[in-house]
Design a protein around this ligand. Structure first.
Ligand code: ME8
Length: 641
């Protein structure tokens, strides 16, 4: 019998359309689920939507529809995006589903009956967008410590969960199960920041709004979102305190909850404690993935930097977007997304390395052998290709077992590069001119096809459609992971399929223009006059401007704009592209190597169609302009105050 593997994503809030960061989580989980299926596990992949809470209730009111109508709309949109991305989930739960509502009510009642939930009064400050209470001392400048928005003074009767009762048991569990919280750095954060200082009892009901699951024995109260939301992982399998469904018996405990780093506390502290109180086993692992940022900023609609998966798919196709997300996101640190990066990854990896390799190989098979696969014929360079292919399988699977998708993909691309090099080394077009080398030519193409088969099998979890297209082009049925135990499964005499280009190279300039046309026009920066007296600002106002030392790595003139230079500037561990009006005073070659002062938290703009991700500070008068540089040598990335 197959071993089971239960994997989940967080359930997305139905307050708004999910951005590319939320979508990343689903793509990551999907890649792991597909990989585990390839490894022969009986996988159950759960995803869904979190549909209750004040924020959603208010959004519905604003839209002039009922909360149910509102969440029906957004949940549909979320599911459509997950489907578009090829998420191979087995079940999509909605927290408004009746079976979930009933089961959550029973869970709440059981915890109340056994004394783990009790009624008290809560007085504090409430942040509606974060749906969180804070004490006076937790506020920052009287505002929400998480989002900086206004908070409301609130006094409410509420139910509380006795978290403190289970604290020691949880600590013991974390200590005796070193893989429980991953990555390691996140575990330290949870233990040191939350568990060690001691747990507060958690407020688990609300009376101030009604868009939630009612408490059955006290109808003034609705169950506050976390008990409702976290329970989805078991209600989806048919769990209720009085009846445990077959799926629950089969798949629980969960093998891994994949969630974002911001909700780790709920999953590694509240959720395990809830399960302990219910007398159920704990999930085996919680993996807190990093965040995808837009430049250095959090992605959010209100900042105007939200990127959506469906827009990206229209521009680049599903698999290219999946590829970008999976290869660009580091394991533990935040990753970034920009159109420029997507285009350069697309061209370098997908069009040049992978696409060309497949296209050249299949085309040569047709040209030289009418598409018929020839037998192997050993020769120079073969051994290193075979070794690279076999070694890539080991390395890639090891990385996938650790959820390191970017590193796994780097291994796959490395094999693709090795195969391209093999074409350069063996020069099939030269062999083709020499009749005595015909068998060797057949053997070289055999190795290329077989190497490409390795690539396709390894790409299944990341780019399923591309893998399918490659299988069809090289005409093989050997598509399993086990078939990669040996190099040489392609069958001589079989015919390859038609050569179909996988990824056509993108024209970066044209593409960026197309993208710019999709964006709302950026507001141009107001011109500052030297004599103009600006209003006084506070130190807090000044603190909003992030200025850092940057090192100019490259610089060139912007075509058709005689004042503008476009420069690549390294600011610590990132490189920004910045357009500045300094071309009359600085030749590009003189500008390279300078240390400059860069404003790094300006909203990106397009200048003459070229993206600019910051501003270089300069003093200017009628005679000309001088950029500011630090008086002593300071490393780039240093903050300027
Ligand atoms: O948190 N990059 O829902 P949500 C990567 N309903 N991941 C991101 C991200 C980014 N920029 N922004 C958000 C919720 N996420 C709750 C979950 S689970 C019982 C309840 C991740 O729609 C975020 O960390 O705000 C979370 O894991 C997921 O997207 C859904 O976020």
């Amino acid at each position: 019998m197959k071993e089971k593997y239960y994997i989940t994503t967080a359930i997305a809030y139905t307050s708004r359309k999910p951005h590319i960061g939320n979508t990343y989580e689903v793509v990551l989980t999907d890649a792991i689920a597909r990989y585990k299926r390839q490894r022969g596990y009986d996988v159950f992949f759960l995803t869904g939507t979190d549909e209750h809470g004040q924020k959603i209730g208010e959004a519905a009111k604003e839209a002039g529809i009922t909360p149910q109508q509102y969440v029906d709309g957004v949940a549909g949109e979320i599911r459509a995006i997950w489907d578009l991305m090829g998420a191979s989930y087995d079940h999509f739960i909605r927290t408004t589903d009746e079976y979930h509502v009933k089961s959550v009510q029973k869970i709440f009642k059981k915890l109340y009956d056994q004394g783990d939930i009790y009624k008290d009064e809560y007085e504090g400050w409430y942040c509606v967008p974060c749906e969180s209470f804070f004490t006076e001392t937790q506020l920052v400048d009287g505002k929400c410590p998480d989002c900086g928005r206004e908070v409301k003074k609130t006094k409410e009767e509420a139910y509380f969960f006795k978290m403190s009762k289970y604290q020691d048991r949880l600590m013991e569990h974390i200590e005796s199960n070193p893989d429980f919280i991953q990555p390691e750095s996140r575990k330290k954060e949870m233990v040191n920041n939350f568990l060690k200082p001691g747990l507060q009892d958690l407020c688990v009901s609300r009376t101030s709004f009604d868009w939630g699951i009612p408490v059955t024995f006290d109808d003034k109260h609705v169950i506050y979102v976390w008990i409702d939301a976290l329970s989805n992982y078991i209600t989806a399998l048919g769990y209720a305190p009085d009846a445990q469904g077959d799926l629950y018996k089969k798949y629980w405990p969960c093998d891994v909850h994949i969630i974002g780093k911001d909700i780790l506390r709920f999953h590694t502290i509240y959720w395990p404690i809830m399960l302990m109180a219910l007398g159920e086993p704990l999930p085996k692992q919680i993996f807190g993935h990093p965040w995808l940022l837009s430049g250095t900023d959090k992605i959010s609609k209100s900042r105007g930097n939200a990127i959506y998966a469906d827009d990206l798919v229209k521009l680049f196709g599903v698999d290219a977007v999946r590829y970008y997300l999976l290869c660009e996101m580091p394991y533990a640190q935040d990753g970034t997304i920009s159109y420029e990066n997507i285009i350069s990854r697309f061209n370098a990896d997908l069009a040049n390395t992978l696409g060309n390799l497949v296209n050249r190989t299949v085309s040569m098979q047709h040209k030289y052998f009418d598409g018929v696969v020839m037998p192997q014929c050993p020769g120079e360079f073969d051994a290193s290709v075979v070794e690279c292919a076999l070694q890539t399988v080991q390395a890639c699977t090891k990385k996938m077992d650790e959820f390191k998708t970017a590193e796994a993909l780097a291994e796959v691309m490395n094999l693709a590069r090795r195969l391209n090099k093999y074409i350069d080394e063996t020069m099939p077009w030269v062999l083709a001119k020499d009749e005595s080398q015909r068998e060797r030519l057949g053997g070289v193409l055999y190795n290329l096809l077989e190497g490409i088969r390795f690539l396709a099998v390894l790409l299944v979890p990341f780019m399923p459609r591309t893998a399918e297209s490659i299988f069809a082009q090289i005409g093989t049925k050997e598509q399993s992971l086990e078939s990669l135990a040996e190099f040489g499964k392609i069958v001589p005499g079989d015919k390859v399929g038609e050569a179909v280009p996988l990824f056509a190279r993108l024209d970066e300039k044209k593409m960026l223009e197309e993208i710019a046309a999709m964006q709302p026009a950026p507001a141009s920066a107001p011109e500052k006059k030297a004599e103009e007296k600006l209003p006084e600002i506070s130190i807090e106002d000044f603190a909003k401007v992030e200025i850092k030392v940057g090192l100019v790595l490259e610089s060139q003139r912007v075509e058709g704009a005689d004042k503008l230079l476009v420069s690549k500037i390294r600011v610590g561990d990132e490189v920004r592209q910045i357009v500045s009006g300094i071309a009359k005073d600085y030749a590009p070659e003189d500008f390279v190597g300078k240390k400059v002062a860069v404003i790094t938290n300006l909203k990106p703009v397009k200048l003459r169609g070229v993206l600019s991700e910051g501003m270089i500070l300069a003093a200017s008068d009628k005679k000309g302009l001088a950029v500011l540089t630090p008086d002593k040598d300071m490393p780039d990335g240093t903050v300027i105050r």
